[in-house]
Design a protein around this ligand. Structure first.
Ligand SMILES: Nc1ncnc2c1ncn2[C@@H]1O[C@H](COP(=O)(O)OP(=O)(O)OP(=O)(O)O)[C@@H](O)[C@H]1O
Ligand SMILES: [Mg+2]
Length: 248
């Protein structure tokens, strides 16, 4: 078991956003979490990645209780996440962005005040990421001038730089064209073979095609969990989506 939550609840000023979420993610699988806007998907990721503490419940990474650990501690345990909103450094070049992220994943961080080391393993990792993400030709461009789709790909690179074994991706293709989105997911499938991925994604065709398992959140409650074909046919899931669409 790569990742597990037991009875996760999160309230913001009395408003229950997550209500007793039990999620189990098997090692080496791509597991998607879907649900209408406001269902609690990002909040769940915030809990899983240590960005916020759950009101109650427990998070386990490979069987170890990690509830309340800080994000950097979880990174050291091999867990990395991407954000719904792109978090690249716009004033740094593509390769500098990747180098900074790769250095952050190093066990002996050189510290913020010392000149960072960008040699050896870090340089090799940067080359590998540039190649895998198809960003080699843009390596010396400032990230801020890239197209939205390319920034999202770079953002993925930042998440992958520390060579995490568990990766949480919050709408990695948000704002991309359909073609870009499918290309990016193709890249992901290639690059991420064997790792554990938890994916939040709105493109249902994509989710159903690439996920080993799908969990559905609705108003903070996990209403379905299973293989894609089973979840797709679930009447409660269909209902949740119809209601979700009706509210927008
Ligand atoms: N820090 C916060 N303070 C108060 N309410 C919050 C906070 N973060 C999230 N919420 C509320 O929690 C609910 C779930 O939000 P969340 O962002 O987790 O949903 P989501 O499933 O990721 O939605 P989307 O698909 O739009 O990204 C929403 O009603 C949101 O307004
Ligand atoms: Mg969200």
């Amino acid at each position: 078991m790569a990742l597990r939550t037991v009875g996760i609840t999160k309230s913001f000023r009395g408003l229950e956003v997550l209500r007793g979420v039990d999620l189990t993610v098997a090692a080496g699988t791509l597991h998607s979490v879907i649900g209408p806007n406001g269902a609690g998907k990002t909040t769940l990721f915030n809990v899983l990645s240590g960005a916020i503490r759950p009101t109650s419940g427990r998070v386990e990474v490979r069987g170890r209780d990690v509830t309340g650990l800080a994000p950097h501690q979880l990174t050291r345990l091999g867990l990395s996440r991407s954000f719904q909103v792109t978090s690249v450094f716009p004033g740094l070049t593509v390769e500098e962005n990747l180098a900074v992220a790769a250095m952050a994943g190093q066990p002996h961080d050189s510290g913020i005040l010392r000149r960072p080391r960008w040699t050896g393993a870090v340089a090799a990792r940067v080359e590998e990421l540039l190649d895998q993400l198809g960003l080699t030709g843009m390596r010396r461009l400032e990230a801020g001038v890239l197209s939205h789709g390319d920034q999202r790909r770079l953002d993925l690179g930042l998440t992958l730089a520390s060579e995490p074994s568990i990766i949480l991706l919050d709408e990695p293709t948000a704002g991309m064209t359909r073609t870009e989105a499918h290309q990016t997911m193709g890249t992901l499938e290639r690059v991420l073979g064997g790792r554990t991925i938890v994916l939040v994604e709105h493109d249902m065709d994509l989710v159903m095609r690439i996920s080993a398992r799908v969990s559905v959140l609705h108003r903070g409650i996990l209403i379905a969990d299973g293989p894609p074909e089973e979840v797709r046919e679930n009447p409660e899931v269909r209902e949740a989506y119809l209601v979700g669409v009706g509210r927008e």
